[in-house]
Ligand binder design. Structure first.
Ligand code: FAD
Ligand code: UDP
Length: 367
């Protein structure tokens, strides 16, 4: 059997690319996935207590991109879901992103309007120009104290780095609010796939031209499989046998725990923003899909250096090192790199879908 394409990885980038190639170009595809399931980091499954959990941590779908939402809607129904997160700071709970309720509680204020909160931020923010890092971006909006309480230690736990050593895009992901909006995201479309992500992936991959093999590192079968072209969505440094050194990634150890209680905590996610606990955040999965049960499952996340590569680490140096690899790509024919690991970019799911469709339209389809 000869395939038109070998696709490495069955996460969003690999699955969406396979779907496009099969349905738009009638190509025959082999997807090679080293894990024992499709879905990449968005994979979910029912645990032994019947709770739908996300094996690689909470995945909340949110986007402003109607095209991405419409595209994925072909493969799943949705349930509306607005994600809420609390920060646990010195044993007290505060809404995060920082908003009016956070400020009133932390500083014992009684601000009633956005303008009062805006004036407060104005009185404490520091001018930082240019904005070069994750400390600058927060301190320039809300001053040092709020940064110190809610960002500095959480970031150190998550990245093992000071925010001033990380790109502004890291802490800049979190909005700062003057109103009492407690939603984590501000996007227009905020939903969860009704039957879960794994079911959605099964829909994306359901095509007679798409074959998936699991539990296989693509390098172990390269010489046995015939194909014309490759789409690679794994780590870029691994592809090139680390010829320019290993790129750093942040990994996570997940500790799952089920308790015989209807609910364990009062929000879907609690971020532990000081060092009283070593874990960064705790997710209670029942909140994410409205499941009912007399027990509940949580996961605690411990950031670690070694292990599965989950997060590219956005620093100037790492970006430069990743460019060495990106230059190598130009020498290759018939191989396209896309996705969070192959592009070494801290993408959300919707960005991966949008980018994969763009790469398909702009380059793969024309080659
Ligand atoms: P991946 O999902 O990593 O898929 C790549 C696949 O390639 C993997 O399945 C891997 O096993 C496989 N692979 C790698 N190397 C090989 C090899 N040598 N041979 C064969 N297969 C290989 N995004 C959001 O939008 N909302 C969220 O709430 C959110 N939460 C997140 C929470 C966590 C803890 C993490 C880590 C990420 C989160 N994301 C979230 C980001 C989201 O996971 C990614 O944007 C998305 O999954 C990336 O898809 P991908 O296909 O590029 O990569
Ligand atoms: N962050 C923080 N405190 C918080 C939430 C986020 O310091 O309460 C910082 C931290 O550096 C984190 C980044 O902002 O890694 C992005 O947060 P997000 O929740 O988007 O991270 P992800 O879901 O991608 O792990």
């Amino acid at each position: 059997m000869k395939y038109d394409y070998m696709i490495v990885g069955a996460g969003f980038s690999g699955a969406v690319m396979a779907e496009r190639l099969a349905t738009q170009m009638n190509k025959k595809i082999l997807i090679v996935e080293k894990r024992n399931h499709v879905g990449g980091n968005a994979y979910d499954e029912f645990d032994e207590h019947g709770i739908l959990i996300h094996k690689y941590g909470p995945h909340i779908f949110h986007t402003n991109d109607k095209n991405v939402f419409d595209y994925l809607s072909k493969f799943t129904e949705w349930i509306p879901y607005e994600h809420k997160v609390l920060a646990n700071y010195e044993g007290e709970f505060y809404p995060i992103p920082i908003n009016r309720i956070t400020i009133n509680k932390l500083y014992e204020k009684n601000f009633k309007s956005d303008i009062e909160v805006e004036n407060y931020y104005e009185s404490v923010r520091q001018k930082r120009n240019p904005i070069l890092n994750s400390e600058d971006i927060i301190v320039s909006q809300v001053g040092y104290d709020l940064f110190d309480n809610f960002f500095r230690n959480y970031t150190k736990k998550q990245w093992d780095m000071e925010p001033k050593d990380l790109s502004p895009s890291v802490c800049g992901r979190i909005p700062i609010r003057t109103n009492d909006d407690c939603r984590y995201f501000s996007d227009k479309y905020q939903f969860m796939p009704k039957e879960g992500y794994t079911k959605m992936f099964e829909g994306i991959l359901k095509h007679k031209n798409i074959e998936v093999i699991l539990n296989t590192d693509y390098k172990s079968i390269l010489s046995d499989v015939k194909f014309d072209k490759m789409i690679y969505t794994g780590p870029i440094d691994y592809f090139f046998d680390y010829m320019h050194g290993e790129l750093p990634y942040r990994s996570i150890r997940f500790e799952f725990e089920n308790q015989k209680k209807e609910f364990i905590q009062s929000a879907a996610v609690v971020n532990y923003v000081d060092f009283a606990e070593l874990f960064t955040r705790v997710t209670e999965y029942k909140y994410l899909n409205g499941q009912t049960s007399d027990c509940s499952t949580i996961s605690k996340e411990y950031a670690i250096l070694e292990g599965e590569p989950y997060y590219p680490i956005p620093t100037n140096q790492n970006r430069k090192n990743s460019l060495l690899y990106k230059r190598e790509i130009k020498r290759l024919k018939n191989i396209t790199f896309c996705g969070r690991l192959a592009e070494y970019q801290y993408y959300n799911m919707d960005q991966v879908v949008a980018n994969t469709i763009k790469v398909f339209n702009k380059s793969v389809m024309k080659k």
